[in-house]
Design a protein around this ligand. Structure first.
Ligand code: SAM
Length: 282
């Protein structure tokens, strides 16, 4: 990934697919090398604030709702009664905010390796952090792989892996070993969801191997839900769900009568995302 801020455009070049995505920026608001990664924040002309980690788009103010809602609600409406949720990564707190919209959730723990991501989100994306003071929320800063290894068996209902791309500290979050730890930490109805990159660019390299790794780790069913995400490579992204029970069905009536607002997710979107594109069956 390469960035180019010439002429006030930030460009993430996705060289593996000969493509790029650019946003016009008004100014750079912050730039730091944390203990784990290079974090930049820009003010853009039309997409609100932009967070970049190691040269890759993380989120923008305009389109993050698509990603955060699809990383949360399909998994929570698939589990029959989610009370204990663990988010691995997700340091911007946007997924945490969505999880806490579910009144039945009793405890939501966010485990991000890099506290700086959260501190910067508090400053530059305060709307995503508005539920951080919810008494059900807990923020822990540490390695999600290590945390999951130590988690008591059957102690979690839903695991959401809201990670960076599978390089650097996030590489191990895409492995069968990690999914085995998750399988052990989850209760009998447990559901895991992992961000699984672009269906267009990464089907063979990431999505298919993720299904295999999840099944080899003991999950009996998995499914990939595509959704639009303009600021990520190809503009089309995905969340892969796996469960100890079938994950192709969800609590449709509960999703239809949800008691909170969303901007993208609804029961129809969820059902539509479960319909696999033809090439997923190849
Ligand atoms: N899905 C978004 C994307 O692809 O652009 C990522 C958003 S979120 C900011 C990703 C977070 O994963 C970062 O805050 C990073 O610190 C965290 N992360 C990476 N590896 C991790 C690990 N091993 N344990 C916990 N958090 C990790």
């Amino acid at each position: 990934m390469i960035k180019d801020t010439d002429n006030n455009w930030f460009t993430e070049i996705h060289s593996q697919a000969g493509s790029a995505f650019s946003l016009q920026v008004r100014e750079k608001l912050h730039d730091e090398q944390s203990a784990y990664q290079h974090i930049e924040i820009y003010a853009t002309t039309h997409f609100g604030n932009l967070m970049v980690i190691d040269g890759c788009y993380m989120l923008t103010g305009l389109d993050n709702f698509l990603y955060h809602e699809m990383m949360c609600h399909p998994a929570l409406f698939t589990h029959p009664d989610p009370k204990r949720v663990v988010i691995i990564g997700g340091g911007d707190c946007g997924t945490l905010r969505e999880v806490l919209k579910h009144p039945g959730v009793e405890h939501a723990l966010q485990v991000d390796i890099d506290e700086r991501v959260t501190r910067l989100a508090e400053t530059y994306f305060p709307e995503l952090c508005e539920s951080n003071d919810d008494p059900r929320a807990e923020l822990y800063f540490g390695d999600g792989i290590e945390w999951m290894k130590q988690a008591p068996a059957g102690s979690v209902d839903v695991i959401i892996v809201d990670s960076t791309d599978p390089v650097g500290p996030a590489e191990g979050l895409f492995t069968e070993t990690f999914f085995r730890s998750c399988h052990s930490a989850l209760g009998a109805d447990g559901v895991i969801v992992q961000q699984s990159e672009s269906p267009l660019f990464h089907y063979d390299s990431i999505i298919k191997p993720m299904h295999k790794a999840m099944r080899d780790a003991g999950f009996s069913d998995c499914v990939t839900l595509p959704f639009p995400q303009p600021c990520y490579p190809s503009g089309w992204w995905s969340a892969t769900l796996a469960g100890k029970r079938p994950v192709q069905e969800f609590r449709t009536a509960a999703a239809q009568s949800k008691t909170f607002t969303t901007r993208y997710y609804n029961a129809g979107i969820h059902a539509g995302a479960l319909a696999a594109p033809e090439f997923f069956n190849s």
